[in-house]
Design a protein around this ligand. Structure first.
Ligand code: SF4
Ligand code: FES
Length: 339
């Protein structure tokens, strides 16, 4: 008879749940759901060893455990900290956490161009969401931003390094899902950047999933670039006969045209099942697909609303003030065409 594993009790923002030993705080928070779930820019539950890089998921541990109730002196990364029995965590209810998140957001934006008006990720971008929530209305960055030219890395993928936050999700995905890894993080510290080894192209099957896991618009689909703003398209659940993947995808329609194909994502923006490159890049005709019906986008976003929600006055000013004051970068004017 198998022995029942004793679960650990954890309280996050006053809500208690029980989880298996080894569960991280962020996963426990996701189990509770709602607004107490910390944002995550680098953690991706489907990828091993993700997390620990961006610090957006910092939380305050006000009680370490039942056995040792002392609070943890520093904020901890909830994606990398395991739950202890009796632990008490503050996310929304912690002023320190909110302050730290603001600082992390500001840090991520110091080099990031706010080119949302011309970025294909706009409307689906996690950094855009984070900026609305925690961004400052002004920038303290006085130095010139780092800039890179946009680069075609293969026939189907565009790298815009200006937007990369070095979360490493794309590298982990290539490591864990494709046959051969053809790109990685080159150099260190301030000089770190995503690069292909010896300028090779990313051509492995399944490599297109790097586009789906990228939290910002650093990796985009060349077959769909500038085809439409995402909120003008209709996401539909569709399946096709595929011998490489499950064939379960979302087709983004504009009229009768399939503008792009992506994996199906959950409310945390994580792909449920990775799709192959054939489905993603080469099946842009309805004849390949059986349409199941409209996709319910669970994540709070303009896509689910199909229009911009009227923001609160304070939130409204944040992103656009950054852009309008032109203090933290202007749109990348070099890119005006598809591909
Ligand atoms: S390209 Fe995207 S997924 Fe890759 S490290 Fe940069 S932000 Fe992360
Ligand atoms: S999501 Fe936890 S450090 Fe990035």
């Amino acid at each position: 008879m198998s022995e029942e594993v004793k679960k650990f009790k954890i309280t996050i923002d006053g809500q208690t749940t029980e989880v298996l030993p080894g569960t991280t705080i962020i996963e426990a928070a996701r189990q509770i759901g709602g607004k107490s779930v910390p944002p995550a820019m680098c953690y991706y539950s489907k990828l091993e060893h993700s997390g620990g890089r961006c610090r957006t998921c910092l939380v305050e541990v006000s009680k370490g455990s039942e056995a040792d109730p002392r609070p943890m002196p520093k904020l901890v990364a909830s994606c990398r900290t395991a739950v202890m029995d009796g632990m008490e965590v503050k996310n929304l209810t912690s002023e320190r956490t909110q302050e730290a998140r603001k600082a992390v957001t500001e840090f991520m934006l110091i080099h990031h161009p706010l080119d949302c008006p011309v970025c294909d990720q706009a409307g689906e971008c996690h950094l855009q969401d984070l900026s609305y929530e925690h961004g400052l209305s002004d920038s303290r960055m006085e130095f010139e931003k780092k800039t890179f030219d946009a680069e075609d890395i293969g026939p189907n993928i565009k790298l815009n390094m200006n937007r990369c936050i070095l979360c490493a999700r794309c590298v982990l995905l290539a490591n864990q899902l494709t046959e051969e890894r053809e790109h990685g993080i080159l150099f260190r510290g301030e000089h770190a950047e995503i690069g292909t080894y010896l300028n090779k192209a990313l051509e492995n099957d399944f490599i297109g999933n790097v586009i789906d896991v990228c939290p910002v618009g650093a990796l985009t689909d060349r077959t769909a670039r500038f085809a439409s703003r995402v909120w003008f398209t209709k996401p539909m659940n569709a399946t096709c006969n595929c011998d490489k993947c499950s064939g379960k995808a979302v087709i983004w329609m504009k009229g009768e045209e399939i503008v792009r194909v992506t994996g199906r994502k959950d409310k945390y923006g994580e792909v449920e099942e990775f799709i192959c490159d054939d489905c993603r890049f080469h099946k842009k005709d309805l004849k390949y697909w059986t349409v199941e019906g409209p996709r319910n986008i669970e994540r709070h976003s303009v896509i689910s609303l199909n229009h911009y929600e009227t923001p609160q006055p304070k939130e409204q000013t944040n992103l656009w003030n950054h852009f309008n004051q032109n203090k933290i970068g202007s749109p990348d004017k070099k890119e005006t065409s598809n591909g």
